[in-house]
Design a protein around this ligand. Structure first.
Ligand code: BTN
Length: 334
């Protein structure tokens, strides 16, 4: 197996996971009772819960009474994911990590052979990364931080189409399983009702002439805690509010792995051309006037979909022009 699974987790992570499990249904539990269940003191309970709060767990401390989660929590569970998995590639679950993308990139750097479709998910990230060097807020136990290993046989130039196919695969899962009206913003964002639901960060690792290793990172808002929500610098949506009910995060992980593997196999064999119509149907900005920025240059035009390589097509003064490249950013023209 590529990533060595720790048979013995650090004691503090086991205790913290157990504490969250006792609190998971949102009921009030006293520090005394929690301590008794785990054979630790009330002070130790308080310390562990403070640490989880620092990782973004939305927890209330009610003076003289105990602790209660702001919302019920469903923890990621490797066994539950496995029971619903339709792929043989592994899914690893971590509690708190720096960044699931960084973890897989590190494994590749160390020369670890990863299986295509292998997935790493975490409850919280302490250094979650978004595109263009931005931070990705990753509070504990509520959203999804998901990274998958893939290999591009067609080499680095296929990466543009790949990130769009990833967005399409995620949108398909959310539409088919939960009937959610997800839209896509070129090149890497998922939207619901003009608000950002999630983002994709594709990172390329070692490459030979023909092929390169890819880590596909997906951050999806499932239930954004109030406090984190106020720190995000753009309008956001989350799945729980969009649906009005919680979703099964373990099922979501298994479905995402399956759909991504299916679509990426198809993309590897046939390229992006077959996805053009699908993308254009879901394009959040179709026909709208947008500004595309790269460094200190910007171009304004009307969104006219994507081309067969996955480049963005803008209509500028009646002429269609395609744009490619990893660092372009798109926003509605003012
Ligand atoms: C963006 O919209 O800027 C992309 C965000 C990607 C975030 C995910 S969360 C899982 C993976 N690990 C990271 O550090 N980043 C990606």
């Amino acid at each position: 197996m590529a990533i060595e699974q720790r048979k013995t987790l650090p004691h503090s992570l086991i205790v913290q996971r157990q504490l969250v499990l006792y609190l998971a249904d949102g009921a009030l539990c006293s520090g005394q009772w929690l301590g008794e269940q785990l054979g630790i003191s009330r002070t130790a309970v308080a310390k562990h819960l403070e640490q989880l709060q620092r990782h973004g767990l939305d927890l209330y401390k009610i003076k003289g009474k105990g602790y209660r989660l702001a919302q019920p929590v469903q923890l990621l569970d490797a066994a539950q994911i496995k029971a619903q998995q339709q792929q043989s590639a592994p899914v690893w679950v971590q509690s708190v990590t720096d960044s699931t993308n960084s973890q897989l990139m590190q494994k590749l750097k160390e020369g670890v052979a990863l299986e295509k479709g292998a997935v790493l998910v975490a409850e919280a990230q302490t250094a979650g990364r978004g595109r263009r060097g931005k931070q990705w807020f990753s509070p504990f136990g509520c959203n999804l931080y998901f990274s998958m290993y893939w290999q591009l046989e067609q080499g680095i130039q296929a990466a543009m189409g790949l990130s769009l196919v990833v967005g399409l695969a995620v949108a398909k899962v959310l539409q088919q399983q939960w009937q959610l009206p997800v839209r896509l913003k070129w090149p890497n964002d998922l939207y619901i009702e003009h608000k950002k639901l999630g983002g994709i960060l594709v990172e390329l690792a070692g490459q030979t002439h023909a092929q390169c290793d890819v880590v596909i990172g997906l951050g999806l808002n499932i239930r954004m805690p109030d406090q984190t929500g106020t720190m995000v610098d753009q309008p956001w949506a989350d799945l729980t509010s969009a649906l009005g009910t919680p979703i099964d995060r373990n099922l979501l992980v298994a479905l995402l792995q399956h759909q991504l593997v299916q679509e990426l196999r198809q993309f590897s064999q046939h390229g992006f051309a077959g996805y053009v119509q699908d993308f254009n149907r879901l394009d959040q900005f179709s026909g709208e006037q947008v500004t595309l920025s790269s460094g200190n240059q910007s171009t304004t035009g009307f969104c006219a979909g994507v081309d067969a390589q996955g480049g963005l097509v803008l209509e500028i003064n009646g002429q269609k022009q395609s744009f490619y490249g990893g660092e372009l950013s798109l926003r509605k023209a003012l």
